[in-house]
Design a protein around this ligand. Structure first.
Ligand code: 2P0
Length: 322
């Protein structure tokens, strides 16, 4: 029997990932840039146990279907030359599957815990490549601070990994998460972005423009230009949702409170409190705030009708074993 535990933090993309260039190895069509969140994380313990007849997985108290996890652990088993079944116990300290990137922190923690338990010692880059197989955004959650995910060009996926851009200490931005619904989303991201048949007419434009958006964001981050980072983040978020809305059938991830919170963030800016919204494949609104501004932004967002809860966080560390 061998066991290991790991913690990985959730992340949100400022320049968004949507679309795959290859599904077998889960290769993204575009690169992305994200911030890792200190206060939202997954803790995962895995035990390879010869006595187990089949893989088992729990998220919190609930037994979950092992298919997606077994397929992922098979990659690790093959690399380690073992066939032992695994028991996976995972907890998120935030709602699962609701657009708070639980698959990002979940597969990053699973990549680290399973490789350690299987006796493999992977570099951070190798872990990022492995985590990507579980979920594209998970490749980013291997690293803390500000992170860039490379689309890569190769067909074997060895150049599709994330890399750290700045540590959390180097630019201590804050994020306020406004939770508007704690239910599980109806269409997960993989399904939403995978089908070629249902793709948006705007998809080609999205892919063609991605490198320019990434270059603009890199420059803004290098200059610590918060206003430009924020403006680019809102732009990428709205472009992503335009793409989702124009998929057939259209994916509407927002609820009324989502839209109210977006307007509230823009009103804050009009009133001198500089924050910018971003939203993933779910109804929660995340506000990117300059260092020291999180408390004031959280107080404003808590007043928005339909906002159930706000969570304030700084940028988090690398995924780590425990
Ligand atoms: C992102 N999202 O960049 C984008 C923005 C959601 C909206 O990456 O199919 O669960 O597992 O690679 O990582 C969510 O997609 O997708 C995501 P898969 P994933 O954060």
């Amino acid at each position: 029997m061998s066991q290991a535990s790991a913690r990985a933090h959730s992340n949100i993309a400022l320049i968004k990932y949507w679309g795959k260039r290859q599904t077998r190895l889960n290769l993204p069509a575009v690169g992305s840039i994200s911030v890792t969140l200190d206060d939202l994380y997954t803790d995962t313990t895995v035990v390879f146990d010869e006595a187990l007849p089949a893989d088992r997985a729990r998220i919190g108290e609930a037994e979950v279907d092992t298919a997606r996890f077994s397929e992922f652990v098979d990659i690790v088993r093959e690399a380690a030359g073992i066939t032992t079944r695994v028991d996976i116990a995972s907890t998120n300290n935030f709602p699962t599957g609701a657009g708070l990137a639980s698959s990002a922190s979940g597969f990053a923690a699973l990549a680290l815990a399973t490789t350690r338990a299987a006796g493999l010692d992977l570099s951070a880059r190798e872990l990022s490549i492995l985590a990507r197989r579980g979920s594209g955004s998970a490749a980013r959650s291997i690293f803390g601070g500000l992170v860039e995910m490379h689309r890569g060009e190769r067909t074997d996926g060895q150049d599709a990994f994330a890399e750290p851009m700045l540590t959390a200490d180097a630019w201590p931005l804050e994020v306020v998460v406004a939770i508007t619904d704690t239910g599980t989303k109806k269409i997960n991201s993989t399904a939403g972005m995978s089908s070629l048949d249902t793709r948006s007419d705007y998809y080609e434009a999205w892919v063609n423009r991605a490198e320019d958006d990434l270059a603009d964001m890199r420059a803004a981050i290098a200059a610590r230009d918060f206003t430009t980072v924020g403006a680019l983040s809102e732009m990428s978020c709205l472009k992503l949702h335009a793409l989702m809305l124009s998929t057939r059938p259209g994916l509407i991830y927002w609820n009324a409170a989502t839209v109210s919170a977006m307007h509230a963030v823009r009103e804050m800016r009009d009133n001198g409190l500089e924050a910018y919204f971003t939203i993933d494949a779910g109804p929660q609104v995340k506000a990117l705030c300059a260092p020291g501004q999180g408390a004031a932004v959280a107080a404003e967002l808590a007043r928005v009708p339909g906002v159930i809860e706000t969570r304030r966080t700084g940028l988090g560390p690398d995924a780590h074993s425990q």
